[in-house]
Structure formats: C-alpha cells, structure tokens
Design a protein around this ligand. Structure first.
Ligand code: G6P
Length: 614
C-alpha cells in the first residue's frame, strides 16, 4: 500500500510527480504529499486525495523544480492527517523521504534517537527512518547513499523509499525490501514509481529494483546500485516496457471498475492466446510444460492467496479435483504463513495474486519454499515480487487492473486454473480426448458468452435500484458457484459498504435463514446443472420467509424464473465453467448499487489495491 513517485532531470518535477501520484492513487488515498527543491525545499501535504493536494500546492508552494518526490498514503502508523502524511523531513531540515512499507522496529529506534536529542512531530515509522538516516550521515560522516545503506541495515520490516538531501539536490537515493520499486531511465533523467505507470509517458526503459538493493539516481550522471547487506556494486537488468498508456486510462467509461468488467471478454482472450490451441487440440503453458512431471505426480496442491485471489483459489479447488484428481487445500496466505503447514516432497503450492505484491502471499510463498515445496505463481503484474519469488508460474495477462475491487483479475485467474487443470488432467489420463476437446471448445466460447452476460447491464441496473437501500444481503451458491457467491458478497461489501455474506446454499438452514425477512435480499446462483433442484428448494425456503430473490439462472430455465423476484440469464456452458459467467452479473450488480449510493467505486474507503503490509 502507499504509492511513491520521484523525478530528477530537466523537466518540471511537479507535473511528473503529481501525475504519477494520480496513477498510483489505487495504492492508497488517505493522504498525499509532495516535496520539491528549487533553491529551497518546498513540501506540501494534505489529508485526502491527490486533487486536494494539487489545489493546496498551487496556493502554497513554488511548483518550479527539477527534483521532487511524492506519496499517496494508506495509513498504517498514525491516523491520516497533514502531519503523518509523507514526505517527512529529518530534524536538521535537510533530508526528505517518502516510504511505502512498515519499519517494524521503529519504536526501539525512535527511543534511541529521542535519547540522542531527536524530536518527532508525527506518529509515523517513516519519520524515525529519515532521522536515523540523518543521524548516520552526521555521525559517520558519509554520503547520503551510504547513510541510507547503513541505516537500512539496522531496520526490520518492509520498505520502498526515495530520499534526497536539500544540501545536495542532484541525487535521489532509493531502496527496497518487500515493497515494490520501479525506476524509469530517461535521457539524463530518472523516474521513480511504486509501479511503472508514473513514467509510462516518458520512457520504456525500466529497472525493477530487487530485494535489499539501494540505488543512487542522478541526472546526467552515472547511477549506481548496491546491495544493502554487503556494499557490493550491482548492475541491474534494464527491461523494456510493453504496457501502453491507453491500458491505464478509463477509455470512455465512468469508472475503472466498469471498464474492467467490460474488458473481461478481451482479457480472457488474452489469457487464452497462444495457450489454448483449438485446432491442434492442445494447451501450451510453458510453466506447466516445463514441470509436467511435478504436477502429474503431485500428492497435494495447496493454493494460497488473499481476498479475491483466494476466492479464485477456491474455484481452483473444485477444478483440480474434478479435472486432474489432485487433492487441493486452499489457504488464506495470512493464516498459512503463521501455521506450521505440513509440506511433503511432491507437494505443490500455487500462489495467486493480481498485484504480485501482497505481503502475506509473498511471506507464505517464502515459507512454502523453505519447507521444500515447488511454488507456482499465478500473477497479473509482470515482473512483480511474487513472479520473481516463484519457482515457475503463469501470467494471467488481464492487463492493468486499477479499480480497487478486483474483477477481470478474478476471471482470468480462474481461466489459468482451468488451463492448468486440463493440461494436467489430460497428461494423467484422467480425462479423455473427447472431454478435453469439449472443454477447449467451451473455454474458447467463454469470451462471447461473457459479452452476452454483459448485455444485461440495464436490467441489472434496474435490479440494483430495487435493492440498493438494503443494509444486508445474502449470496448463495453451490459447488463451483459457492466461491462465486463469496466473491459476489465481497464485491458488494467492498464498494457499497452494504453488509453481505456468501454461503453455500445448503448451509443457509444452519444459520443465515434466521436473518431472512422482507428487508434482506438473497442473491442465488441457480445454474441448470449445479444441484439445481436443491437450490430451487432453498429459494422456496427463502420465499416462505418473505425474502426477496435475485437469481442467476441458465438460459432456458423455467422454474426459478417463475419464483424469483428478479433474474438474470447467463448462456449455457459446462457446469464447471459457469463461474466465469455467473460472476459477471454479480460484479455489475455491486457496481450499480455503489454508483446509486454515491460511493467512490474505484477507491472505496479504507481499502487499497495492493496490500504490501501484513
Ligand atoms: C486487496 C485488494 C483485493 C485483492 C487482494 C489480494 O485486498 O483490494 O482486490 O483481491 O488485495 O490482492 P492480490 O494482488 O494478491 O490479488
């Protein structure tokens, strides 16, 4: 969480840093701030979003500068206010820093610095770090790069930082451990971002700083990189960016979330491209091809993830069990990492993550590796930490997902899981060629069937109007669609702040039924081949208690259509592929409810897209 941006070069640093912050706002938006240097240090910070910062900065500081850093915050230490907002300045007024992450031993260091005469204005761990750097710089009489390196070797936790010294405003020192940091290389200028979007308009050359590295970035001068631990000089890889600017813009939609929901047909085509080869009747997936034996002989697969990615993992459990006959456990990464999980030789751990930066998932993967598991990553963001930490993996190719509520990441993660399970199932001889080919044909048709499901947008908007004032909502599904019910409820909670719970339909009678009355709508996924009769009975049980029903049904359904208050028809497909279709109306329903309630759909309160803290 938190986004950091920096620039040093001949251009106007203010414009670059502010535009970069706008693009990184998905990472946190409690407060924002900027520091610029032009014969004096100008810092402007505010509680709230970047647009508020823009107004304040225009009134209060000089915006002319060739060096600057900025921050958009998701508060961890200290409430979001002007004082705790970044950038933070050291006691002598010379060093200024932005930080994404958490310094875990900040309290001890703070007390030591207080004993040495330092004082602190904010409650942040970051102010402790900038003063530790200042202390090291002064007591060791070293340059800023070295001071950062020495200070960081005293801290525990996670960080991506950018810091400069107003006494030497021709360099910005950056470092990372556990939080992402990308460096854009221009002609005589350097850009810094928590991801590459802040500098996409200016350069295609990028360095993804590795764990435990520090860089001294200068304009028109040589840039240097070191290992924090042993001072050795390193030459990081310079990669070429393929991301296009249009991919991170709204493209005519009111919100990123709506754009991303509508992008799903294309996103899934991209996920399948070059992998699902219908004519040849094969699936090519290099991460699996290169490790096929490991997968075919796996005793158990443990899937780890958080939030929506965890829900994709739950769908994966049903898929792998049905198609590849491998036992699967799905774990919240945050629980897995603090248990003493039993990992045996021949076990595989699959980590699912859109951002590739989720701290808990990353830590859980590291633990799994230590215990000898083969760790396979399913990620969207190219070059992210989780992709680098995996033994092997597959990209989802969903394209940038900017709306905080995950949509296309979910459906593309599930698509990858189908490809994997089918490939393994076929290699193990679990599924026949006929069944395999039937799956390939149906998977290939999914994008156009999603398109069809999206065409019910107006009808879903009308349903949203009817239920938007509810304070609670229940989501029910069975089998492959139980995780979709969980995901539907999560979407509603995240962006509309209506309390919602997902439940396996049959479990309703063990608790949630007590809540049902005319004020609590229930969204039921009742696909034609998904334990249909049983779900119909559940619907009747809800109705006899005056509960309103919104049903997701398969085209051609007769029974549920008659009894539901509202229904949305999805096209027919193989039952195990239905999550890719049933999810769509649930995403749109949450979206329209949130819009009608006037909520900030893309940046819901208290949430962040990329959770790089525990
Ligand atoms: C946050 C996001 C969710 C996401 C979860 C896991 O909570 O708001 O949308 O599902 O993190 O993120 P990951 O990037 O690992 O999929």
């Amino acid at each position: 969480m938190c986004g950091i941006v920096g620039y040093i070069g001949d251009k106007n640093a203010y414009e670059i840093v502010i535009n970069g912050l706008r693009r990184l706002e998905y990472r946190g938006y409690d407060s924002s701030g900027i520091a610029l240097y032009n014969s004096e240090l100008n810092v402007c910070k505010t509680k709230g979003k970047v647009e508020k910062l823009v107004k304040k900065a225009k009134k209060n500081i000089s915006l002319e500068a060739n060096i600057g850093i900025g921050h958009t915050r998701w508060a961890t230490h200290g409430e979001p206010n002007n004082v705790n907002a970044h950038p933070l300045i050291s006691n002598n007024g010379s060093l200024v820093i932005v930080h994404n992450g958490i310094i875990e031993n900040y309290a001890t260091i703070k007390n030591e610095l207080i004993d040495k005469g330092y004082n602190f204005k904010s409650e942040t761990d970051t102010e402790v770090l900038v003063n530790l750097i200042e202390y090291v710089q002064e007591t060791e009489n070293v340059k800023l790069g070295k001071a950062v390196q020495l200070a960081l070797s005293q801290v525990f936790g996670a960080y991506a930082i950018a810091v400069f010294d107003k006494k030497k405003p021709d360099e910005i020192v950056v470092a990372r451990l556990g939080s992402p940091l990308a460096i854009g290389i221009g002609e005589g200028e350097m850009f810094i971002g928590s991801d590459v979007t802040p500098f996409l308009d200016f350069t295609r050359k990028v360095i993804y700083l590795d764990e435990g590295q520090v860089g001294v970035l200068r304009n028109h001068k040589e840039t240097k990189f070191y290992e924090i631990s042993n001072d050795s000089i390193i030459s990081p890889n310079i990669e070429t960016l393929e991301l296009e600017l249009s991919e991170i813009e709204k493209g005519g939609f009111d919100h990123f979330m709506l754009k991303e929901i509508h992008e799903q047909p294309k996103a899934i085509i991209d996920t399948l491209r070059g992998r699902l080869k219908l004519n040849k009747g094969i699936i090519k997936l290099s991460g699996i091809d290169n490790n096929l034996n490991k997968f075919t002989s796996a005793n158990k697969i443990t899937i780890i993830g958080c939030g929506t990615s965890w829900h994709a993992g739950l769908v994966g459990e049903y898929i792998f069990e049905k198609i590849s006959r491998i036992p699967v456990e799905v774990e919240y990464a945050s629980e897995f990492r603090y248990r003493d999980p039993i990992i045996n030789p021949n076990d595989i751990v699959i980590a699912i993550s859109q951002s590739g930066e989720t701290a808990d998932t990353l830590a859980a993967m590291k633990l799994a590796k230590e215990k000898g598991a083969f760790v396979f990553g399913i990620c969207n963001v190219v070059g992210s930490s989780i992709t680098r930490e995996s033994n092997s993996g597959t990209y989802t190719h969903a394209g940038p997902e900017i709306g905080v509520a995950s949509t296309k990441a979910f459906t593309t993660q599930i698509t990858v899981l189908y490809l994997m399970a089918l490939k393994i199932g076929k290699a193990k001889g679990i599924i026949s060629n006929n069944v395999f080919n039937k799956y390939l044909t149906e998977l290939n048709l999914i994008p156009e069937k999603i398109e069809k499901s999206l065409s019910f947008n107006n009808k879903i908007e009308e349903i949203a109007d009817q239920i938007k004032d509810s304070t609670n909502c229940l989501y029910l599904g069975r089998g492959f669609n139980f995780p979709v019910a969980l995901e539907g409820a999560l979407k509603l909670k995240e962006i509309s702040y209506i309390h919602a719970e997902g439940y396996p339909a049959a479990e309703m009678k063990h608790g949630p039924i007590a809540l049902i009355d005319e004020n609590m709508p229930t969204v039921v996924i009742a696909t034609a081949k998904g334990h249909y009769e049983k779900v119909v009975s559940n619907i009747r049980e809800i109705q006899s208690r005056k509960g309103k029903i919104i049903a997701i049904i398969t085209k051609g359904d007769k029974d549920v259509k008659e009894i539901a208050d509202y229904y949305i028809e999805i096209p027919e497909t193989i039952e195990s592929l239905t999550p890719l279709l049933t999810t769509i109306p649930l995403q749109l329903l949450s979206y329209h409810i949130a819009v009608k309630l006037g909520k900030n759909v893309d940046q819901p309160r208290n949430l962040a897209k990329s959770v790089t803290v525990e």
